[in-house]
Structures are given as C-alpha cells and as structure tokens.
Design a protein around this ligand. Structure first.
Ligand code: ADP
Ligand code: ZN
Length: 723
C-alpha cells in the first residue's frame, strides 16, 4: 500500500487526510475517497507519506481520475500559500478555488484543443475565388495570409466560414493545426506619448517579476495600455490573466476585447457563468488552450501553465476581497502569482488603494502615469461643494440641487443622483467647527447610539456618554448625521413627473441581464435621472450624463471604518469622472455639512495625490495599514454578550503569550451587530510586523480550534477590508 495525503473539503485536520492506494498516484490527481460513509472528491497533495495513524484505520482511495491531467504544482503552491496566509484550512481552500465540475465525483470531459485553419500546399496552388464574391474571397485571403485562425475569427470575416471550410477541406485545400500564433489586430488608436511610454516600460520587464502601478484618471486610456502590452504577450503565444471587478466585466468590455483579440482563445471566468461552462474554461486555462483569461476575483485561482503577464484593472476595488470562507484578496494573490511566474503585473486605477500607492512611493512598485484624458477634447468636470449645514433640505435635497436637476432636464441632459450608503454609521459632529468625535484609545471614530445616549468605539469598545457641547469650540448645538434618503425617487418623480427616473442598486440589478437591459436603456437615451449607490459609480461611460448630484457624502467621514474616506474619495472621483466624458465638461454638486474636509477639496481639485499624501500621513500616525497590519477575529452567537465573552476569554489567554509589538483591540460589537438572527463581535490584532501578527493569530487558532462551544461560530479575516 502507498499512503497519500488528500486535500478534502472537510472540517477535520485542515482538510488533509491520509488514504491508501495500491500504486503511487501523482500529486494533483483528483480522487474520490470515503469520508464518514460518503464519497468525497479531493486532490492528491502528497504521495508516499508515512502514516501517523494506525495503518489498519486508513481507508482506500475509491477512484483516481488518472486520465485527467493533474492540478499542476504551481497551482498547488498557490493554494498552500493562500491557505497559510489567510489561515484557512487547506482542503477547504482548495474547494473554494475549484469549479464545480472538478469537485464532482465523476470524470470531467476535457475540452478539445481549438483548431487553427489555414491553406494547405495544394490550397495555395489553387486560383482564389473571384473578387466579385467578395465575402468568399475575403475568407480565402484570410486563410492565405495566416499561420492559422480559429473558427470564431473566420466567422467574423464570413458568417458561412464553417460550411465553406468543410467544402474546401474536402478538396484538400485546408490544414488544421492545434497551435498557432495569433494574428493580432492593431489598436484602433495611435497611442499617445504617455500611453506609449507606459507600455514600453512594462515591456522592458517581460520575463521577470515587476509590479507596475498604472495611475491614470478615468478615461486616460489605461485599457488601451493593457491591450497594447497584452497583444505583445499573446503574440508570443503566452497566457495573460486579466482581472476586473465584477461590475466592470460588462458585455461592452468583452466586445472591446473581442474586437481586438478575436483570434485569441479566451476564457471568461465569472461567478455568474454556468457551472459547466466555468469548468470548461478553467480546464482550457489549465491546459494552456485558452491564452487570454479574463475574470473576476475567483479567476486568480485559475491554473495557468504559461502566464506571461497579469493585469488587475481598478485595483483599488473592494470586490477583489472575498468576504466569506477563504477571505482572500485577489489583487494581493495576483501579485504573488506574478512573482511565482516571474512576469510583470500591472495594477491600474484612477484612485489606487493606499496600499499600492504607498508601495509605488517606496519603490516596491514602479509608478506609471497617464496624466491626461485620452480624448484631448474631454474636459475635467466642474466640482462644487455646497455647505448644507444651515440649509433646509427637502428629502435630502438642497434648493440648489433641485434647480440644477430641473434645469438639466429641460436642457435634455442626464443626471445622476448619487447616494452614499456604505460605511455609514450614525455619528455626532459639531456644526460650527466641524469637530468629529474620535476614540481616545485608538484611531476609530465613535458611533452614536441614540437610545442609550452613548458614543461607542467599535474598534476597542470604549464607551462614553453623549457630550452636551463641542470640546473644541464649546458650541452646544451638536448635530447628528444620518438624514434619510429613502424618498429620493418619489421626490424626483414629484418634481419632474415627465422625466424617466430609474433607480439602480443591488436589488434592481440582481441579475446580469437586468444590468445589461438597464445599460441599453441608458445608452439609448431612455433615462433622464439615475438614482444610484456605489454600483453606478464604476466603469460605465454614459455620453449624455452631464450632472452628478451627491446627496449625503458625509456618512463616510465619521465612519468607524478608517477606510471609509478612501472609498468615498474613490467613489466621488469615479462618479465625477462619469460626467461629461465626451466633449462638454460635466458638473458635480456635492452636498455636505463639512465643506472644509480635505476629501472634498481633493475631489474639487480632482487631485488624488493631495488626498493620498494626507491620508497616508494620518495612517502613519496611527500605525494603520499600509504602515501596520491587521487581522480581525470575529465570532457570532445568539446574543452579542456570548460572542464578546467568547472572544474576551481567548484574548485573556493569549495576551501573556503575544509576541512583541502585537496589540489586541476589543472585543467590540460589530457595527451591524445583528445578521441572520445572530449577533456579532470582533477583536483586532494589530502589528507593524506581519510575522509577529501571524504568530499571534496562530496562538488564537490553537485555542479557537479546540474550543467546542456549539453556540459560537468564528472566523478570521487577514487584512480585513471592512471594519
Ligand atoms: P481608462 O481605461 O483609463 O478609463 P480607456 O482606455 O477606456 O480609459 O479610454 C477612454 C476612452 O478614450 C475610450 O473611449 C478609448 O477608446 C479612448 N482612447 C484611449 N486611448 C486613446 C488614444 N490614444 N487616442 C484616442 N482615443 C483613445
Ligand atoms: Zn477605540
């Protein structure tokens, strides 16, 4: 008997269990084994191991899919790293990274390699079809000009390509081979100087690991830079991994890719593609058949035998972080993969994450800039900050906002009314001097709990009574933020009964088809006023949109989440970038009670650097990321006291064993304490040393894994993105 370690999706010994087989199986082979009376699919993780349990107890592997290619070593190393870094059981991490078809206990159907067609020797000696049959002639010409083109590309030239190929093949005029160098179409544009420089710099790093931060305002032509570099890598026959936020992976983007890379075998990995299709695309990537792999965060786990370039668009986007099970950050793993594969990686954004910006500042990443919009005519928007502190608002609208919206409607423009929902927590501030209430113990802002008349810190659980005056200026009229914006749509419908008002949020665009439909309506000019939250801010280019009204930006500024201002800034920049993209400058009106806040001046000047430098200075002061590192340990229970007690009990156990420079904050109730009939609390471990932080987390996990209180569920989140 040969003993094997098998990675399984089971909650036992990190999902690595020992099974026996008559012969040695290759590592990475899929197998089916019995587990608690049921067949379970797993991956061979190690062969020829010495069992550490009684061999009589070791069960046999039932089936080994040896006809399938094993999951490659580089992929297994990636999974091992992800499991270790995110402190997640390896077997379960593997399950989170595989498509359904590879988790089923049956063999997969391997995808056929794509065929590339061209003219054979005899074909080349034939007289081409006469030019007056111009479609037929064009197809012939394409076949004559190429080393090999796949059917989809030929169908673009002549929709009858399938039938004609068959006819010509019968004459012996056609060759079909399973590998070819794609014939790439040049860009429709001539890249401008900044684009050319960026592309050239990236190309100097081919064949070695080098991260680039491509910083360029919305519309500056980042995508054309990615395409230019991608074309070079694809022309060399190597693979490219292109990651995008879910919301940017639109049919429009795919069309743009297809227009440029029609003859490149492409795999699209998206959480919404059907399981069967996703499995096939995963396999095509793994077998090297697909050369261009486009996808959302989950595609960072696609096995890629020959990757020569990784691109992460909108690298600051929070959708790259998975917020359940294996809580990975796809951007960070993408950098790891580029290093593993010794290839360049391009992180692109108009508002880079402060983590990436910091790395570009200290030289770990190379900064590339596109300072101007690509259409020379496109102008930056005019941004006005309106102090609404002393104004009477009508359902959240100032009189100025209402008249701008009316006027824009009369002039045939399209308006976006933008609501900020995320990172929102009720807070107290001074309407006179703008003072906000920070926690005396840590860097978080305190949250207003009206019923108990307290300010509470959700980071360290400090509590104090609501003050009756401003500690800075003595003003006794302290204001609470959080006016409702629920009635915005009604308000607008009453104001302009003739206008087409459409709301966009998670509910109204639950399906990708909903979004595609809405997008079509907007493009066709069927929408006058769009009411939306974060979703609408990203990546969409609406020619008629020329006015953006931001109703309630302030919530983020008092948020207990230290990243809230960063997100607000990115969203305001994006939302204002939406306005006036074509030829006329757009207008942006931001309502706020804190007009002096640096976020707003930076948005007004459209100046990311100004914001980033100031925000980083503040982070540094408090040792917050990217200067220090964090891990959250969360627990939920029927009531929050149980969750807090559970965490505090372990905190006390671990405290004397903590390595130097690691601090524990909390336990504190989570901001949204109740979720699905459970109540949640969390503790933060913080340190400027990742190593010490991971050591402390291991201490926690030793206790957590032994603790068998059935009422409590717990999880850990390394580098949490949401507080
Ligand atoms: P980003 O990805 O930075 O938002 P895009 O690459 O989408 O920018 O480019 C914005 C717009 O400018 C697109 O409509 C694109 O087709 C156009 N564009 C990009 N590069 C050029 C160029 N060199 N010359 C003219 N137009 C360009
Ligand atoms: Zn605190």
């Amino acid at each position: 008997m040969i003993y094997h370690h098998i990675a399984l999706n089971v909650p036992l010994s990190d999902g690595i269990l020992t099974y026996a087989h008559d012969t040695a199986l290759a590592e990475g082979v899929r197998v089916v084994v019995p587990f608690r009376g049921k067949p379970q699919t797993g991956i061979v993780w190690a062969t020829g191991v010495t069992p550490d349990i009684d061999t009589a107890k070791i069960r046999k592997i039932q089936t080994a899919f040896t006809a399938e290619p094993p999951l490659p070593e580089a992929w297994r190393k990636l999974m091992a790293f992800a499991a270790r870094y995110y402190h997640y059981p390896l077997g379960q991490a593997v399950a989170a990274a595989l498509p359904q078809g590879l988790k089923d206990a049956k063999p997969v159907v391997l995808p056929e390699p794509p065929l590339f067609y061209g003219l054979s020797e005899t074909g080349r000696m034939q007289t081409p079809p006469p030019a007056r049959f111009h479609k037929k002639s064009a197809l012939w010409q394409a076949l004559a000009d190429t080393d090999g083109l796949p059917l989809p590309a030929l169908k673009q030239i002549n929709s009858q390509a399938g039938k004609l190929l068959e006819e010509w093949a019968q004459q012996g005029w056609i060759t079909a081979q399973s590998a070819a160098k794609p014939l790439l179409r040049p860009s429709a544009y001539c890249l401008n100087e900044a684009q050319q420089n960026a592309s050239a710099e990236i190309q100097t790093a081919f064949g070695r690991f080098q991260p680039f931060l491509l910083y360029g305002v919305t519309g500056s032509g980042k995508t054309e830079v990615y395409f230019d570099v991608m074309a070079k890598v694809l022309a060399a026959g190597r693979q490219v991994l292109f990651l995008l936020p879910e919301i940017n992976l639109t049919p429009q983007l795919l069309k743009r890719v297809e227009a440029r890379f029609a003859d490149v075998p492409t795999a699209v990995l998206h959480s919404q593609t059907a399981a069967g299709r996703r499995t096939q695309d995963y396999l095509r990537a793994m077998l090297g058949q697909a050369k261009l792999i486009i996808g959302t965060r989950l595609s960072v786990f696609a096995p890629l035998p020959d990757v020569g370039l990784v691109v992460v668009d909108e690298e600051h986007d929070s959708s790259f972080k998975q917020d359940n099970e294996l809580r990975y950050h796809a951007r960070d793993l993408a950098v790891w993969r580029a290093k593993q594969a010794a290839c360049p990686i391009v992180l692109g954004s108009a508002t880079p994450s402060l983590e990436s910006w910091h790395k570009a500042q200290n030289g770990a990443y190379r900064l590339l800039e596109l300072p101007q919009r690509a259409h020379t005519a496109a102008k930056l928007p005019q941004v006005d900050i309106l102090n609404v502190g002393r104004l009477q608002l009508d359902n959240g609208f100032s009189p100025q906002a209402l008249s701008l919206i009316q006027e824009n409607y009369r002039n045939g423009g399209m308006t976006l009314v933008y609501l900020n929902r995320r990172g929102f927590s009720p807070a107290l501030f001074c309407g006179d001097c703008g003072y906000t209430f920070g926690c005396p113990n840590c860097s978080a802002k305190m949250v207003l709990h009206r019923r108990v008349r307290q300010l509470r810190c959700h980071h360290c659980d400090h509590r104090e009574p609501v003050p009756y005056k401003c500690p800075d200026c003595g003003n006794q009229d302290l204001t609470a933020v959080g006016q409702g914006t629920q009635r915005v749509e009604e308000m607008l419908r009453n104001l302009l009964p003739q206008a087409a008002v459409v709301r966009v949020d998670r509910d109204s665009t639950a399906h990708k088809d909903d979004w595609a439909e809405l997008y079509r309506r907007i493009r066709e000019g069927g929408v006058d006023i769009l009411v939306g939250t974060q979703m609408i801010a990203k990546g969409h280019d609406f020619a008629r949109l020329n006015l953006v009204v931001v109703l309630n930006a302030d919530g983020s500024l008092y948020s207990s989440d230290f990243r809230a201002p960063e997100r607000l800034f990115a969203e305001l920049m994006q939302v204002s970038g939406r306005a006036g993209r074509a030829d006329k400058a757009g207008r942006v009106l931001i309502q706020t009670q804190l007009p002096e806040h640096p976020v707003f001046s930076a948005v007004k000047m459209q100046d990311y650097r100004l914001f980033a430098d100031r925000e980083l200075a503040e982070r540094k002061l408090f040792d917050m990321p990217p200067f220090g590192f964090q891990t959250a340990i969360r627990a939920d229970a029927p009531n929050v006291a149980q969750a807090m007690d559970f965490l505090n009990g372990i905190k006390a156990l671990v405290e004397p064993l903590l390595p130097e420079g690691v601090t524990q904050f909390g336990a504190a109730p989570m901001l949204m304490v109740r979720l699905a009939e459970r109540e949640r609390a969390q503790i933060f471990l913080e340190s400027s040393s990742r190593k010490n932080l991971h050591y402390a987390l291991d201490l926690w996990l030793q206790v957590l894994k032994q603790d068998s209180d059935r009422h409590i569920r717990w999880s850990v989140d390394v580098d949490p993105q949401e507080m």
